[in-house]
Ligand binder design. Structure first.
Ligand code: ADP
Length: 499
């Protein structure tokens, strides 16, 4: 094994600039796979090519699945403690290489370097958590309804896992799937987003350095997402598909997986409401709105999409919010005072501009931010738009940009109906100092995750996942491991038959 990223002494810090000047490879069976056909990874802040990675296809995907299937035979019977040790070492190595990974992330994804460091730590926390949870895949004994029978269950790894991840969290979306799969005793073929494959490849290298045996994790880099996805969702050796991305692609993958009836986890789009009630603490509500809305320039599936503010608090809340938004600094994420990086690509920027134009045509008002709609760059200045209504496109779709859409409401029951009036059900937030309202509203919101007086809700210890067309399955928490386990029920006859 030659290390691409680490020096032979695995604890050496990486010279990431030097590393990025060399080509990157995909990985099958712990072997680096090069190809004459490559695609560019570009920096959204500058448009420059960072490096290239192999553009693999159907044949390599099949090869990776076969490697994972072979590795499953031995990996699935390792003890949880053995798996835990390797995961723990992986966690330590990721943590140790935070700077290099964060720097790479800012280059390929655009987020501010401080956020990138935060994501490395958050991403690593899944590896640490599941290193522990590996040891807790308990079955149960069941009180028997029949004398002479003993009933119990055992948990076993489900098999080869296909993981498909998006570009917005190049480390955390990857570790959130790989860590529980590997902890459970599964083996994995990962296809990271073509926009951000570098962090995944750095993680791969650290996994090998941590002692992960060959074939347990394989990475296919490709721009042929549909072709690779088709193999991953139809190959009979793949037993589980874990996907984070758009609802549209999630539905397609579910349809394709039906032919071999694979177990699925789908973490899809959202349309998060954020409700500020009259009795909210304004400072808390504004700071949480800012954190929820503007993290990663608004490109997260749990970002507040619709801000509903009650009439009595509307003007004071907007005033404090506007002052906070005007302090944000848009720019290259490597500059330390940047709080908003570029959007991921031109299509993403055009979509946000189209939302602004549609909303303005339907009567909305821009009260902060001057969207630079014509510039070549991928930046959008943080923008607040008020007088929003349900007819506007930004009310129906995920904005995925630093555009804050504000609505005004009068009654609690009206805002609950408005908040639930979407096919999505990922995350919702509300702000109130009234404990009775906390329970009442929380129970009526049709969302998989609720933040009360809080805008940042994701933690390795908590179950992340949606309802309705935001998908199903949980990531993180003790439920996260379950997604990669099959429950086997055993009935043992203990009767002695005597002649
Ligand atoms: P986004 O709009 O956030 O890019 P996508 O759902 O398009 O969301 O992409 C999420 C992940 O799914 C990426 O890794 C992408 O390459 C992959 N993907 C896109 N289309 C398909 C497909 N037809 N089959 C399998 N994977 C796909």
């Amino acid at each position: 094994m030659t290390y691409l990223f680490l020096r032979q002494e695995e604890t050496d810090m990486i010279d990431i600039h030097n590393r990025l000047s060399q080509p990157f490879a995909a990985c099958i069976n712990n072997e680096w796979i090069y190809s004459p056909i490559c695609f560019d990874v570009t920096n959204p802040a500058t448009g420059e090519t960072i490096t290239t990675v192999p553009n693999l296809g159907i044949a390599e995907t099949e090869q990776a699945i076969e490697a994972a299937a072979t590795a499953f035979e031995s990996w699935s019977i390792t003890t949880p403690k053995e798996r835990s040790k390797i995961l723990h070492k992986w966690f330590l190595l990721i943590t140790e290489h935070t700077e290099a990974i964060a720097h790479t992330m800012t280059l390929e994804q655009g987020k501010p370097i401080a956020e990138a460091r935060g994501e490395v730590s958050y991403g690593a926390s899944f590896v640490e958590w599941f290193a522990e949870e590996a040891k807790r895949s308990y079955g149960e004994t069941i009180p028997s309804p029949a004398a002479g029978k003993r009933l119990f269950t055992i948990k076993q790894p489900i098999g080869v896992v296909a993981a498909i991840t998006p570009w917005n969290f190049p480390v955390a979306m990857v570790t959130r799937k790989l860590a529980p799969a590997i902890a459970a005793g599964c083996t994995v073929v990962l296809k990271p987003a073509a926009e951000t494959p570098l962090c995944a490849l750095l993680l791969m290298e650290l996994a090998i350095a941590a002692g992960l045996p060959k074939g347990v994790l394989n990475i296919i880099t490709s721009t042929a997402a549909a072709a690779v996805g088709k193999v991953l969702t139809t190959h009979p050796s793949v037993k589980k598909v874990s996907f984070t991305g758009s609802t549209e692609v999630g539905k397609l993958l579910m349809e394709q997986s039906a032919s071999t009836l694979k177990k699925l986890s789908l973490e899809l789009g959202g349309n998060a409401p954020l409700i500020v009630f009259d009795d909210a603490d304004i400072a808390v509500a504004v700071s949480a709105t800012m954190a929820s809305k503007f993290r990663n320039a608004g490109q997260t599936c749990v970002c507040a999409n619709r801000i509903y503010v009650q009439t009595g608090i509307y003007y004071p809340y907007i005033e404090v919010l506007k002052a906070a938004v005007e302090k944000l600094v848009t720019g290259n994420g490597l500059l330390t005072d940047t709080s908003i990086g570029p959007l991921i690509n031109r299509e993403a920027k055009d979509k946000v501009i189209a939302f602004i134009k549609d909303a303005e045509n339907k009567g909305a008002k821009i009260i902060a931010g001057i969207p630079d709609t014509e510039a070549d760059s991928l930046y959008i200045h943080p923008t607040i738009i008020t007088n929003c209504t349900p007819e506007m496109d930004l009310s129906k779709e995920e904005i995925f940009g630093p555009l804050l859409a504000v609505y005004i409401f009068d009654k609690e029951e009206d805002v609950i109906a408005l908040a639930n009036d979407t096919p999505y059900g990922l995350a919702a937030y509300f702000f109130t100092e009234n404990v009775r309202r906390c329970y009442r509203v929380m129970e009526q919101l049709d969302y998989g995750m609720i933040g009360i007086n809080e805008g940042i809700i994701s933690h390795a210890e908590a179950p992340f996942g949606g309802m309705k067309q935001s998908g199903f399955g949980k990531e993180g928490s003790r439920y996260g491991l379950e997604e990669y386990l099959a429950t086997k029920y055993v009935c043992l006859n203990t009767t002695e038959y005597k002649n």
